[in-house]
Write a protein that binds this ligand. Structure first.
Ligand SMILES: N=c1c2ncn([C@@H]3O[C@H](COP(=O)(O)OP(=O)(O)OP(=O)(O)O)[C@@H](O)[C@H]3O)c2ncn1[C@@H]1O[C@H](COP(=O)(O)O)[C@@H](O)[C@H]1O
Length: 100
């Protein structure tokens, strides 16, 4: 993914990068460090909880910039968790669509 990626393709590109990190586990990748953490899946669960708390605190502070940054951290860690559990971005889209 690079800065020229159209914004409506960012989530797909990010998820595809996460899936490829999961398959290839390249060294030096933060995503690899999540898939290989000694605490296992629990580490990603902790990160999702931590980032969700940071989103709440930023919202309470009415800090828009921080809210956006923490929401991006939460979205990324949630996508890693979904990939870890074998849930795809299309599964998430279908779940949301079926609520219409
Ligand atoms: N979107 C993200 C992304 N969002 C957040 N983060 C990382 O999530 C971490 C946020 O956790 P914290 O705020 O707690 O910071 P920290 O103290 O460094 O983290 P910990 O040591 O506590 O885990 C930071 O290290 C961020 O770099 C991300 N890391 C990677 N990506 C994207 O994932 C893709 C693959 O990245 P690599 O796996 O690094 O190649 C690339 O497209 C990246 O842009």
């Amino acid at each position: 993914m690079d800065a020229d990626t159209p914004t409506d393709e960012v989530l797909d590109e990010l998820f595809s990068t996460i899936e490829s990190r999961k398959a290839e586990l390249p060294e030096g990748s933060y995503t690899t460090s999540l898939f290989t953490h000694e605490k296992g899946e629990n580490y990603v669960l902790e990160k999702v909880g931590e980032e969700a708390t940071e989103v709440i605190l930023a919202a309470k502070d009415d800090d828009r910039e921080e809210l956006l940054a923490e929401s991006a951290d939460l979205a990324y860690h949630l996508l890693v968790l979904l990939a870890m559990k074998g849930v795809s971005l299309d599964d998430l889209r279908a779940e949301l669509r079926d609520r219409f």
